[in-house]
Design a protein around this ligand. Structure first.
Ligand code: CA
Length: 755
């Protein structure tokens, strides 16, 4: 019957008497291409439900405004493009909808392009109700894009775009030829789902233009989209062209800022930012001329420096096109900043960036922080901004006072979810009462679930593991994400490397009488893509490891990993990793990234290699192997190489990490092995935030900090260095004195030979 139906629909298509639009159901790529050949305005080509593998779909045709050509999936959510699939469209009045890209990646530079090639673009066309979910090239640093908009008057709306993990902007509006400028595209009601920290430049979610064409009008409207945990890098949205409107979008727990990076005459209004206190969540960053920033609401943003809740940059006099143009004639009014930590004016001020904002207005803004305290950092002369009518919650010694009324403000949450002052007299300050907040459910598609939070350790079920041959490896194989495996007391031996493919906790029941786990292969655990590992109340020993060099207790997959992983060790004892040379606690591969590594109450002794060797990105492209490294209440003794080597090379400024915290820990007789080339027990190179407090280094190599770029924040407080040299902080790319805060450290020498 179905075959007959297809046949009949083809007959309709080729009939010379055809006077009405037809729906053609196609079941394979040949049928699709045949149907496209004969397609007429008003027709719809319908892809049958099922999996379409390796389908490089080209939709070329000329519809009309009244009778567009439609290509759609038969049932929303049931037409899957997988493997090496992609989509290009070229022509006029095309509408594409109801497709899902997953389980694969594009073989070309983009998943979806509004063009066939440089000469043939799509205009007046629309893509709606499509999903691109984790459609990632397996090579983390192989660049591609998910959506590239070319042509004019195109619309991209109600799509679900989530989980881009390899390098490359998720979506870009391209202005590379005349035919793509003054494009008046519409990008609305999309769900831009989580984009994890990339640990490199090239992790923006949406970019409009490039610096090269930034003085041309794009006239793109970006409205009512939802940016959900769009972390990636410093810029969530990067406007690099003129005349765009960014309106009514919600930025939820997204690190970075909506940045007016290049181009003039842009309007940013009615947007809502919820940071929920998460690190590096920012608001709006203003650069260039004639920008309007009005009626935006920012709450709970913690970002500082270029990622503040509100940032006005200094420019470069006569700036080259790719640097920073002076802020001129900026209109910044009626914005509300609530419990957001940093407002930065004249940010980036230095010898090069010396052009302060001019002819600008900052008016009727409402600024409230429950903690009080001044939120403004003023880096340069701000007399070029006219401050008027602003209201700010009580502050002692404010950096700015003219144009601000300081008073005790009481805030109350309104029905739209935003906080407003209770006092009616302040009704005209900050954002309007009728600001409509775009909600997650208003965006994307309703037939495909929005991306949940990552599975937490311990979120699954608990299973006891008795001793016995391979009991642990069988329990791991049978486990599910978030599960907890509780080991019986006594000794366990792993006869094979234990592969971790999802978040998993392995622990002993008692804090004191830890089960003992040894292993007979070159590694005990291997964290694969998607895996995360927590170890607790357990004693891990290398006593049974093979007598070869280069063993490791834990390693990442030897290949590039797309998923950032988490590694946690709590109350863990580790010893006897010294049967041969270069036996590491954690060994990572290039192109892998830990979201966090936590060592708490960990006691590590007799290791011939390193503990945390996070230095595989040696190209100096600003890439690194771990975002947050935390060591607390731990002890390291007889470690051959570094306890920590955390390396981020290069001078790129697009990332917030790495972050390092070390507290109340002890390093004894460590890092003096001949294979340690860094000359340090703890080496922090290019780390952006470092906090080293109340530790003792004894008879070990020193702590070395090397600053490279981006005004890193380094605190070295209350440490004791006994026969371990003095801590050093070096500015590698600046003549200025180092910016590290160092106090209450003591350097003690008891031995003649220790200098
Ligand atoms: Ca960037």
């Amino acid at each position: 019957m179905k075959k007959l139906a297809i046949l009949l629909s083809f007959i309709v298509i080729i009939s010379p008497l055809k006077s009405f639009a037809a729906d053609v159901l196609v079941r394979d790529q040949d049928q699709f291409n045949a149907a496209l050949k004969d397609v007429q305005p008003g027709d719809a080509v319908v892809l049958a439900d099922g999996i379409w593998r390796d389908f490089e779909m080209l939709v070329e045709g000329k519809g009309t405004a009244d009778a567009p050509i439609t290509v759609r999936g038969q049932t929303p959510g049931k037409v899957i493009l997988s493997g090496q699939s992609n989509l290009r469209l070229a022509g006029e009045h095309l509408v594409i909808s109801d497709l899902v890209f997953k389980n694969g990646y594009t073989p070309t530079r983009a998943v979806v392009q509004f063009r066939k090639n440089k000469e043939n673009l799509a205009n007046n066309s629309r893509i709606t109700n499509i999903v691109i979910d984790n459609y990632n090239n397996p090579e983390r640093f192989e660049v591609d894009f998910w959506v590239l908009m070319y042509g004019k008057n195109n619309r991209f709306d109600h799509n679900h775009i989530s989980g881009k993990k390899n390098v490359g902007v998720t979506m870009a509006v391209v202005l590379d030829t005349e035919a793509s400028r003054e494009n008046r595209h519409q990008i609305d009601h999309n769900y831009f789902g989580p984009r994890p920290v990339l640990g490199s430049n090239g992790g923006e979610t949406l970019r409009v233009g490039t610096s090269h064409f930034s003085l041309t009008d794009s006239l793109t409207v970006i409205e009512n989209n939802y940016f959900d945990r769009a972390d990636g890098e410093l810029e969530i949205v990067s406007i690099k062209s003129a005349g765009n409107i960014v309106r009514g979008n919600t930025f939820y727990e997204s690190r970075g800022t909506m940045t007016l990076r290049h181009g003039n005459d842009n309007k940013v209004m009615d947007n809502v930012f919820f940071g929920n206190g998460i690190d590096h969540t920012g608001g709006i960053r203003v650069i260039n001329a004639n920008q309007t920033v009005s009626n935006n609401y920012m709450e709970g943003l913690t970002g500082y420096r270029f990622a503040g809740a509100f940032v006005v940059m200094n420019g470069v006099p006569d700036s080259p096109i790719n640097r920073y143009h002076q802020v001129d004639n900026a209109d910044m009014r009626n914005n509300t900043l609530v419990n957001s930590d940093f407002i930065q004016l004249g940010a980036g001020s230095d010898q090069e960036r010396s052009a302060v904002p001019v002819n600008s207005t900052f008016e009727d803004n409402l600024i409230y922080h429950k903690k009080g305290g001044d939120l403004f950092t003023v880096y340069d002369d701000m007399s070029g901004i006219n401050f008027a009518g602003n209201v700010m919650h009580m502050v002692k010694d404010p950096a700015l006072d003219e144009g601000f009324d300081f008073q005790k403000i009481k805030m109350r949450r309104a029905e739209n979810g935003l906080l407003y002052p209770v006092d009616e007299a302040l009704a005209e300050k900050g954002v309007s009462r009728n600001l409509k907040v775009t909600k997650r459910a208003d965006t994307g598609v309703d037939w495909y679930a929005k991306t949940p939070r990552p599975v937490a350790f311990g979120a699954g079920k608990t299973t006891k593991v008795a001793r016995g041959e391979n009991a642990l490896s069988m329990a791991i194989a049978a486990s599910e994400p978030g599960d907890v495996l509780v080991l019986d007391r006594g000794d366990f031996t792993a006869t094979r490397t234990l592969e971790i493919n999802h978040p998993l906790t392995i622990k002993g029941n008692s804090k004191r009488r830890k089960p003992v786990l040894d292993f007979e292969r070159s590694a005990l655990f291997q964290i694969n893509d998607g895996g995360s590992l927590k170890l607790e109340n357990i004693h891990l020993t290398g006593r049974a490891a093979p007598d070869n060099s280069g063993n490791s207790l834990i390693r990442t997959s030897r290949y590039a990993m797309l998923d950032n992983y988490r590694l946690e060790m709590v109350n863990v004892k580790i010893d006897d990793l010294d049967v041969n040379r270069a036996f590491d606690v954690l060994r990572v591969a290039k192109s892998t990234m830990a979201d966090s590594i936590v060592l708490d109450r960990v006691d590590i002794k007799d290791v011939s290699g390193a503990v945390l060797k996070l230095n595989k990105e040696t190209d100096n492209f600003g890439i690194f192997n771990a975002d947050y490294v935390t060591i607390k209440n731990s002890r390291f003794e007889n470690i051959g190489e570094e306890v920590v080597n955390l390396y981020r090379g290069g001078r790129d400024e697009s990332t917030f990490g790495p972050h390092f915290l070390m507290q109340n820990s002890t390093i004894v007789n460590s890092s003096k092995g001949g294979r340690n080339k860094s000359g340090a027990s703890v080496l922090l190179h290019g780390v952006q935030v470092a906090d080293v407090e109340n530790n003792t280094f004894t008879d070990s190599l020193p702590l070395k900090v090397e600053h490279t770029v981006s005004e890193p924040v380094t605190k070295i407080f209350g440490n004791k260095f006994v026969d371990s040299g003095a801590p050093s902080v070096e500015e590698l790319n600046s003549d200025k004195e180092n910016t590290a805060m160092m106090k209450n450290n003591s350097v003690v020498t008891t031995k003649e030979e220790a200098k």
